[in-house]
Write a protein that binds this ligand. Structure first.
Ligand code: AMP
Ligand code: MN
Ligand code: MN
Ligand code: MN
Length: 281
């Protein structure tokens, strides 16, 4: 079964509305889809309806910003109850932190790159439902400041660059608790994308499992098969279930179109199977 448990829509920094995402997922053979917008479940009703129309299974999800040892991490919340009140508070707090961070980015860019560039960030801080650096990267491209989004990150937005502002995301344990309290499974997203030594990665996965996390995203988009099998072993060693997803954002990026990610190793305990028995959440 193709279960894509990590995708984005226009409700955060993806480019497609949920209906178009579901249609593309169906076309690509996806049978179970989770919409996991950054820090938001606002697209989940539209995604649920679209998946029903496309006759694919759906789980409510989100990709939550979190922090461990001072570093930003992403944790997928899968199968959460969309009407959970404490989850709504957690998400509301994340959005406020995002808005505050984007205002700080605006101040920094104004100071170091001039008011016109700073204003691009201020506009995103005020107008986006989920203000992300990706929105700003696209605005910088559209304004002709950067040639492409990757350049916007490399020159201005990545850690250590003039438009970088750190964010005080909730600690990993608080993120996992919020997910579990809303009936969801917590999956540590794209573990190999963090700048960690191999000992650091093992420590992170151990602490994530100890904090109550359920799964590890062993395959994220076009992953190296050796990395996938290493992560699958690490997951199994900590009793974590295996998860995979495309991290789809943009149909122009054909390497991570919905359903496209490296295969999970056969014989592993799949998180997708835990999501299915209770039906589409
Ligand atoms: P944020 O969560 O606001 O920090 O925005 C991060 C989003 O920007 C991620 O979810 C990615 O979609 C994207 N992103 C982060 N770093 C890069 C990068 N170096 N190049 C391109 N996109 C990036
Ligand atoms: Mn993103
Ligand atoms: Mn992420
Ligand atoms: Mn993502």
């Amino acid at each position: 079964m193709i279960a894509d448990l990590h995708t984005h829509s226009k409700f955060s920094d993806g480019l497609l509305p949920p209906a178009a995402l579901a249609a593309l997922a169906r076309e690509r053979g996806v049978q179970l889809l989770a919409l996991t917008d950054h820090d938001s479940i606002d697209g989940c009703e539209a995604a649920r309806e679209a998946c029903a129309q496309q006759q694919i299974a759906y789980v409510t999800g989100a990709e939550l910003s979190s922090r461990w040892r001072g570093q930003t991490l992403h944790v997928l919340a899968l199968g959460i109850r969309p009407d959970d009140a404490s989850l709504a508070l957690h998400l509301g707090d994340l959005i406020e932190r995002r808005r505050a961070r984007m205002r700080t980015i605006g101040e920094r860019l104004t100071r170091r790159r001039g008011v016109e560039i700073g204003e691009l960030a201020n506009k995103i801080a005020e107008e986006c439902a989920v203000p992300t650096r990706m929105h700003l990267a696209r605005a910088l491209v559209q304004a002709g400041v950067c040639a492409h989004a990757g350049e916007a990150f490399a020159d201005l937005l990545a850690r250590g660059r003039p438009g970088y502002a750190p964010s005080e995301w909730p600690e990993l344990g608080a993120t996992v608790n919020a997910i579990n309290a809303a009936g969801g499974l917590a999956v540590l997203a794209h573990p190999s994308r963090y700048k960690l030594s191999s000992g650091g990665l093992r420590a992170l996965v151990g602490e994530f499992a100890a904090a109550g996390g359920q799964g590890l995203e062993c395959s994220s988009g076009p992953s190296n098969p050796d990395t996938v099998s290493y992560l699958a072993q690490l997951a199994a060693g900590h009793g974590l279930l295996l998860s995979g997803g495309s991290d789809f954002h943009d149909p122009a990026n054909t390497w991570n179109t919905p359903g496209r990610f490296a295969k999970l190793p056969p014989g592993g305990q799949l998180l997708a199977e835990r999501l299915l028995p209770s039906g589409s959440h």
